[in-house]
Design a protein around this ligand. Structure first.
Ligand code: 4NP
Length: 160
């Protein structure tokens, strides 16, 4: 069944300056290329970087691959658990924090680990913030292939 409104997806990490803004930009670009009707956003479980641009190292890694990240960090809010259809946690700690925010109440969003959709296998997207430059490239590769698979999955759901 085709949905009448865009499918709403939010990527969530800790700071919303490295992993989730990258996933946001990469997925949005691939979804638009595929003609999917989606609204895409990202947020952080912490308030550490609220209002900040994405990390310069993440932006330059993305730019080398032709992806522009243009996002200001914002914190995940309880209302996001109802206004988005799918919340994707970049690592298992983020997943735990989102579930903790949900608590015992019902929330409409499907809450999943992002790399559940990784064709290479599930796992965390490691936090590159305190590591060297290789970490950003590794994160890009994981995010790129997983975002591709996610586009395929959402397209299949929209067509069924
Ligand atoms: P992110 O990376 O969760 O991928 O945005 C981090 C950015 C900043 C911090 C931690 C993780 N920090 O502690 O400031």
């Amino acid at each position: 069944m085709k949905t009448a409104r865009p499918f709403r997806v939010m990527f969530v990490c800790l700071g919303n300056v490295c992993r989730s803004p990258l996933a946001h930009a990469v997925f949005e670009s691939k979804a638009n290329d595929a003609g999917l009707s989606v609204e895409v956003e990202s947020s952080g479980t912490s308030a550490y970087h609220v209002g900040d641009h994405a990390d310069r190292r993440m932006r330059s890694t993305a730019a080398r691959h032709g992806v522009t990240i243009d996002h200001r960090s914002r914190q995940l809010e309880p209302g996001d658990l109802d206004s988005y259809d799918l919340l994707l946690a970049m690592d298992s700690e983020n997943l735990r924090d989102i579930r903790r925010m949900r608590g015992a109440r019902d929330a409409t969003a499907d809450i999943r680990l992002f790399r559940e959709f990784d064709p290479v296998g599930p796992g965390d997207v490691p936090d590159p913030y305190y590591g060297g430059p290789d970490g950003f490239e590794t994160v890009f590769e994981m995010v790129d292939r997983t975002a591709e698979a996610l586009v395929d999955e959402i397209r299949r759901r929209a067509e069924s």
